[in-house]
Design a binder for this molecule. Sequence first.
Ligand code: DNO
Length: 362
Amino acid sequence: MEMTFRWYGRGNDTITLDMIRQIPGVKGIVWSLHDIPAGDVWTQERIVDEVNYIKSKGFDADVVESVNIHESIKLGIPARDQYIENYKETLRILGANGIKVVCYNFMPVFDWLRTELYKEMPDGSTAMYFEKSKVENQTAESIVKEFEDNAKGMTLPGWEPERLADLKGLFAAYADITEDDLFDNLAYFLQAVVPVAEEVGIKMAIHPDDPPWPIFGLPRIVRDEEHLEKLLNIIDSPSNSLTICTGSLGSSAGNNLPELVRKFGSRGRIAFIHVRNVKRFEDGSFIESSHRTQDGSVDIVDVVRALYEVGFTGYCRPDHGRHLWNEVSRPGYGLYDRALGIMYLWGIWDTLVDEHGAIATK
Ligand code: DNO
């Protein structure tokens, strides 16, 4: 397993690569070109500049999260073909520069959604919170506005302003799109890009829906074991792989994360894993807790054990953390709690290695 850390780029993150270097065992940086609008080609020049900078600090730049997908591809409208061509071109350039994994998602309109970015916890830290009834009783516009107003000036990953500028128009466009339609549009996209990914040595790794249920009546198709199985069957290739996000999938009590890791990991179809914990409440709400098993509803110890058992050699990163010790950071992406998360994951992993031996690494 290779430990990585997500970083938003020079001038776009409160954390520097020099800080990340002091977290034990981090080998790679998970990066993206966040200023490039979804659908545009990433140029060779920009990619080389970012990769070289990351390498100059002693890290690899193997994983990109995300190359976002233009809405027309999800909607399946004619304009998609040009955007798919652009996507292929970006993959070719990324592949030529040694990139191994591209994380993406296929969520309509929104990427992840929460109702509070800084909910106060009993210990004085704050964490991201999703209150189910609030989403059921409020309009998308009002929640999005609140969400953006509360971000303390930080951009939120996956919340491209150009996409959200016309929420009404987007909702209207999705009015007739069923889950089957959305799945067909995903299949169309993958059939076009996976052969290119194979050619250039990239694993496409889809991120599950967050939260893993339909919101505001929009279709969601990457929510559970059945969905994951169905999408892997679109093309049986390592270049059509998964990002398992234990927090996203774990927000739904029906998803057994260690079991999913055993099932898809043993088939070599997990390219990337985001490990974090969430505490689920009876009414369907959830809060992002510390990574520790006892603090949330996901058995993180067993997730790591499952990774070990399947001989996982892919990429791992700690995911959203709480905001601790007055740190000012992008919501969920502070330094401290993610660093604590890494040490928890290493503690479990190193114990397994100590007791049972190292697994073959790449
Ligand atoms: C949120 C992230 C997501 C994720 C994308 C992947 O913090 O987990 O924005 O990066 O869904 O495409």
